[in-house]
Write a protein that binds this ligand. Sequence first.
Ligand SMILES: Nc1ncnc2c1ncn2[C@@H]1O[C@H](COP(=O)(O)OP(=O)(O)OP(=O)(O)O)[C@@H](O)[C@H]1O
Length: 270
Amino acid sequence: MTISDPPAADLPATSEAIRFDHVSVEFRTRHGEPVLALDSFDLSVAQGEFVSLVGPSGCGKSTALRLVAQLTETTKGQVRVAGAESLRGFSRVALVFQSPNLLPWKTVIDNVLYPVRFGSPAAGVDHRVRARELLALVGLERFENAYPSELSGGMQQRVAICRSLVLDPKILLMDEPFSALDALTREELQFELRRIHRHTGKTILFVTHSISESVLLADRIVVMAPRPGRLKDSFVVELAPDRTPATLHDPRFAQYSDRVREGIYGRAAA
Ligand SMILES: Nc1ncnc2c1ncn2[C@@H]1O[C@H](COP(=O)(O)OP(=O)(O)OP(=O)(O)O)[C@@H](O)[C@H]1O
């Protein structure tokens, strides 16, 4: 598959990519105290949907992402991921974190290609060609032989996004990927990510602390209640699919932002 192909053809466009069914997760502290991170959490994410997950610190957002990536187990309930039977090797699901975590001794293209050694690469795909296409998609085609130290923070995070896409995952899990960037680069990458989403049709579950970021990016916003995390609100963002600087001036942008604020802080704050 090339990056210009339509979204994965193995499931119809409307099918469910991720489903949380009454999911509870209880951790234990070092002293054996129980910590209920998620409490009967329900969520369904459609294939190709871009969902922003917002909520107060500690409400279980990262735990929810880790469940999808099978890095954490449920205590009660179930998380279903379409195609999870081939999850091993991380080719169905990819994670992007706040820090790009590039290998400093490898070039940009070798960093992008790194998952190919450990994942389950599809047969017959020239991953070097695919890596170059991805670098072109984020405007880094001239930097494939550069080293991470020669790139700005925003460029490094673009490389991390290319690396997450190189095995053509069906689902992209993003945990505050832009929170370490300066405001201008962050905004640039937000528009870029939305463009990548439109271009690739990936299902994206995006955790953020930024209300405006959650609205600017998402097709739907899920607001979680304070720990133990439960679903507080979920609503569709009916802004034009192509998000541009003009989106920020759409009156509905402020209305959606207020609704998220109200979900997090209560009506008086909003
Ligand atoms: N491995 C663990 N062991 C014990 N407690 C944990 C573990 N992982 C998470 N927790 C606890 O579970 C709760 C939810 O954590 P999680 O990281 O999912 O929240 P979050 O919403 O992503 O937080 P933040 O917005 O601050 O990143 C927190 O109280 C956290 O301390």
